[in-house]
Design a protein around this ligand. Structure first.
Ligand code: HEM
Length: 437
């Protein structure tokens, strides 16, 4: 569990840093999209919202995926005390991912799509990503060596890695007419696979977070505790039945929606409780030594609570009918991917690249406060749009957009503050200093 100190760059570290670079690029696209909300038609002739949205979403989703790969590959080495099985395989995986991601982003610029929401790129690009992922599975399993008596985080990593590949392939079943010919089946599989994919990267990130918590507190028991295994099994069930509340509006069986709803809420409650309980056990000295990681873990705990609150409300069928397809859903997605996924990955990044400076604490607080305003602005804009959708006599769409403009302005300003704060957080991670492999 003791860190390897390495002054050379390591490939797992390179995955994390490439992820951070994608996050930075994604933030610029996000800001441009937010500006297009308030200045309709802004730079539309060069790059329209139809291009900006996938550029933003794919960049930040690849940040999460590359960040998760880097975290798992760093920690599996620390856990097993062994070097990676094959640095060559990892290099090949790294270049396959880099070439594919760059090509995907360029293809968006040229308006080449062909995929579906969240994976809007041409399905051909899925092939190298799938192959790269198989290399990741081989490297992980071989580095780990034995499955005997492993702590919960190892099972989480393994499950996340295997299920990601499965759900990634599942999300392309629409390419076969057998699935795409029936709209309800097609949409059900589509949304189920996306939900399960998020569940898979959550397993990778939660596993890395539990490893990190054990490392910070110096107490390995968290990796074997009942509550951690409860989280693992709920996550596993979630991956299987999955996230049916994503398909509320589809006419599929009610029991699927109800079971998966309860399970996915339980998953959030458990991760929230694990971080909360762990925070109470960490000594001041250890907290101080890992202060930046500790702060991001604590912030993620707060965002788990807010996401849970919003998810519970949104998933009440009577409310879901109104909020579906509004900015409430965007608030839910961004709240979770920024506040939970990105903050947990930043906690890991600051463990692998230990840094601290006088601006970090201020940037951390600004990031959290601006994210809160950003999130609330989206929720209010979403509620206003939901009210408009349900009106018996609707005013024109453009009038509704003018009415909610103040919330888009606060979304833009708080988004800008969030980006500035994140820049101060991310930049030190690129400085040439010690790396814990
Ligand atoms: C870590 C940072 C971020 C992550 C992980 C992230 C993630 C996402 C995700 C997953 C979506 C898709 C939402 C959905 O379809 O439900 C999205 C949409 C969007 N994001 Fe972000 N985001 C981040 C930061 C930002 C920032 C700072 C801004 C603006 C200043 C922004 C602006 C947007 C816009 C305009 C959309 C499109 C929403 C729509 O379709 O109308 N994002 N983001």
């Amino acid at each position: 569990m003791e860190p390897f100190i390495n002054k050379k760059y390591s490939y797992p570290g390179l995955f994390l840093r490439t992820g951070l670079l994608l996050l930075s690029i994604g933030l610029i696209f996000g800001l441009t999209g937010a500006l297009q909300y308030i200045l309709l038609g802004f730079i539309k002739q060069y790059i329209s919202f139809e291009k900006i949205r996938p550029l933003h979403v794919s960049s930040v989703v690849f940040w999460i995926i590359l960040g998760a790969i880097g975290s798992v590959l760093s920690y599996v080495q620390q856990h097993s005390g062994k070097k990676l099985h094959s640095e060559i395989l990892l290099k090949i995986q790294f270049y396959i991912f880099c070439v594919s991601i760059i090509s995907i982003l360029i293809s968006y610029f040229f308006g080449v799509f062909g995929g579906r929401e969240y994976w809007e790129f041409n399905p051909l690009f899925a092939l190298p990503i799938g192959i790269g992922w198989i290399l990741f599975i081989i490297n992980f399993v071989k580095t780990l060596g034995s499955f005997k008596n492993q702590p919960v985080y190892v099972w989480m990593w393994l499950t996340g890695i295997v299920f990601f590949l499965f759900t990634f392939l599942e999300s392309y079943l629409w390419l076969f007419p057998y699935f795409s010919d029936n709209v309800v089946n097609d949409m059900t599989i589509q949304w189920k696979s996306y939900g399960s994919m998020v569940g898979s990267w959550n397993q990778l990130i939660y596993g890395s977070s539990i490893f990190l918590m054990a490392k910070i507190s110096g107490d390995k028991s968290i990796g074997y505790s009942k509550i951690s295994f409860a989280l693992y099994f709920t996550g596993l069930t979630n991956l299987t039945f999955n996230w049916g509340h994503h398909i509320y509006t589809l006419p599929t069986h009610d029991y699927i929606k109800h079971i998966s709803y309860i399970i996915s809420m339980t998953e959030l409650i458990l991760i929230g409780r694990i971080i909360y309980k762990w925070r109470l056990t960490v000594s001041e000295a250890r907290k101080h030594f890992h202060i930046v990681s500790f702060r991001f873990l604590s912030a993620a705990d707060f965002w788990v609570f807010l996401t849970l609150l919003l998810a519970i409300l949104m998933s009440i069928p009577g409310i879901n009918v109104y909020t579906h397809g509004t900015h409430v859903t965007v608030a839910h997605t961004m709240g979770a991917t920024i506040g939970i996924n990105s903050f947990l990955l930043l906690a890991v990044a600051f463990d692998i690249f230990p840094r601290n400076n006088k601006y970090l604490s201020l940037a951390f607080w600004i990031a959290n406060i601006s994210l809160l305003i950003f999130w609330i602005s989206l929720i209010i804009a979403g509620i206003e749009k939901a009210k408009w959708q349900m009106r018996a006599i609707q005013s024109p769409f453009s009038t509704m957009m003018m009415d909610i403009k103040p919330y888009f302005i606060s979304f833009f300003i708080s988004g800008l503050a969030l980006i500035i704060a994140l820049t101060f957080i991310i930049l030190p991670l690129f400085k040439k200093e010690n790396t814990r492999k």
